[in-house]
Design a protein around this ligand. Sequence first.
Ligand SMILES: Nc1ncnc2c1ncn2[C@@H]1O[C@H](COP(=O)(O)OP(=O)(O)O)[C@@H](O)[C@H]1O
Ligand SMILES: [Mg+2]
Length: 283
Amino acid sequence: MIEPRPNVSVLSLVNQKGGCGKTTTAVNLAGALAARGEPVLLIDLDPQAHATLALGCAILDEPSIAEVLLDEARPIEAIQPAPGGIDLLPASPRLGEFEDVSERLLHPEQRLSRSITALGERYRWVIVDCPPRADGVLCANALFASTTALLIVETGAFALQGALQALRVFEETAERQGRKPPVKVIGTLFDRRTRFARELLVAMHGRFGEEMFDTVIRTSVRLREAPAVGLPIQELAPTSRAAADFDALTEEIMQTLAPSTTESTSSSGPTPAAPSTPTRARG
Ligand SMILES: Nc1ncnc2c1ncn2[C@@H]1O[C@H](COP(=O)(O)OP(=O)(O)O)[C@@H](O)[C@H]1O
Ligand SMILES: [Mg+2]
């Protein structure tokens, strides 16, 4: 048994497929939560560091999530303030090193959970952007730490099959790892201009029912641009359709997945006491 963490919602964004919108959803969900004044930490658990780069941050010498998992830095030392009021625990290529050494460690999959626990009630929300590799130790860490897994599904051709396959992979992985958080489905890259897409959405709701959020994230040029600018959509284009989509999704998530306390219990505030200066790497 792991200890309950009633005051923090840890949401991991998963799908073994790359390019389905995990990072986009992670960054902009964190941005929308922060825009509402919610204390939120975004953890980039992908060695490709796309979420880190999408917020205009790059890791040079400062500690990242890799050093935290390798027990070389405390989580608070690695957290950086990022645009839009998001606190970021950035990724670096050294995450690959953690994957390598984890074979020699006892319970390597519990390290992320331990680090989040060490942050106490500083954050109400922890959003974890997962790598596409579902069977690795990084994803195992995310699942072990999560209060809910968010399965991100691209609503294009074969979306239902894709979603069912992603769910199957998720369940197999979770069972192998002995910890299976509840899962909720979020549809992304939705193009409502086609009847086909609308029918698909109905089919997905039919299959997943309550487990699927009503909000789908529509395809948007602004969302595609945002990572290059290094800003979440709420900062880049607050009145855009994409910002409205993420606001609606955030509303649903706050209604259904908020930690058990309704008021912010963070005594030390949403930002870390002494965050290191982020390294700007604007594209
Ligand atoms: N709703 C969307 N509208 C337009 N482009 C999107 C949308 N969601 C994601 N993308 C783009 O699709 C690509 C893959 O998205 P990403 O979030 O990086 O997926 P993943 O993290 O699952 O690999 C990126 O170029 C991203 O900008
Ligand atoms: Mg990604």
